[in-house]
Design a protein around this ligand. Structure first.
Ligand code: FEO
Length: 168
């Protein structure tokens, strides 16, 4: 059983994960519209991965005898600029989410909620991986350039992403 303060915070974060999925779906649509089919695929997979995070959060709140309470999802932007700006926005968003997860962990520690601390550990590891993988894409776009053959090569690589099963 988790206390009300903790379940309220987790429900708020559930909404942030839903927004993440919505945001990446908007980015995927933007990339496709701009002819970047590989980037669009990568972002679409990312949107689906965020729904795995939503599912984990949902199931944990429910398993702790608290009520999952859904809230409105904000409207994401529809213009994300150049390919580099697009992936810089992905990284900035993931850094923000990392901060939110850290805040949840700080609360779980303050509330002596050991079960939630264990649960959140998975998300902490996941955020390290997400920031790293997006950081590598940004580095490669900078190396290859945002036009011509370089961008074509990067876009092809991003097109190869498939949804990986989550590690438990
Ligand atoms: Fe659910 Fe990308 O953090």
């Amino acid at each position: 059983m988790i206390n009300k303060k903790m379940s309220d915070a987790l429900n708020k974060h559930l909404n942030a994960e839903l927004y993440s999925s919505y945001l990446y779906l908007a980015m995927s649509a933007y990339a496709s519209f701009k002819g970047l089919k590989g980037a669009s695929n990568w972002l679409y997979m990312q949107a689906q991965e965020e729904m795995i995070h939503v599912k984990k959060m949902y199931e944990y709140i429910d398993s702790q005898g608290a009520q999952v309470v859904l809230q409105a999802i904000d409207t994401p932007p529809s213009d994300f600029g150049s390919p580099l700006e697009l992936f810089n926005s992905v990284l900035a968003h993931e850094q923000k989410v990392t901060g939110l997860i850290n805040d949840l962990m700080t609360l779980a520690v303050a509330e002596s909620d050991h079960a939630t601390q264990t649960f959140l550990q998975w998300f902490i590891t996941e955020q390290v991986e997400e920031e790293q993988s997006v950081g590598e894409i940004i580095d490669r776009i900078k190396l290859a350039g945002e036009t011509g053959a370089g961008l074509f090569m990067i876009d092809n690589e991003l097109g190869a992403r498939v949804l990986a099963a989550p590690v438990e």
